[in-house]
Design a protein. Structure first.
Length: 137
């Protein structure tokens, strides 16, 4: 399994196991999809970037930047801000379990942006989860 897929699976597992999240977004709406429109409300497991950390001759450390998109029909951005805060709390609550072959050395939500969608009905938040991963034997 690729390092970015391991991170994605760990993030989704954390989110669907967190009642504070599933009280706001149903677990079956926390998904990886290219479909449009996304369910409302939803958390879409989005884009990922993997960067070699460059601090090890063995090249076993990578930084994964994983993007999450939060969508909700609402007149304001209060709901997506609430969901984004719950996601941040869930991510930082404990080290991510990346499964066999990977160790989560560091993790955080490094940015949250909220905006109104041009459709005039939907609020959108974009979160970036930054995970330092060590490959282990």
């Amino acid at each position: 399994m690729s390092v970015d897929l391991a991170v994605q699976k760990a993030i989704r597992a954390r989110l669907v196991a967190t009642v504070a999240i599933t009280d706001l977004v149903p677990a079956n709406s926390i998904i990886d999809t290219n479909g449009s429109p996304a369910p409302r409300p939803s958390i879409i497991l989005g884009e990922a970037q993997v960067v070699d950390q460059g601090d090890s001759i063995s090249r076993t450390r990578s930084r994964v930047y994983h993007t999450l998109h939060v969508w909700k029909i609402e007149a304001s951005r209060e709901g997506v801000k609430t969901i984004a805060g719950a996601v941040r709390d869930a991510i930082r609550s404990a080290r991510l379990d990346l499964g066999v072959g990977y160790h989560c050395a560091d993790w955080r939500v490094s940015s949250i942006r909220t905006m109104s969608d041009p459709d005039g009905e939907t609020a959108h938040a974009v979160l970036v989860v930054d995970v330092l991963v060590e490959e282990v034997a």
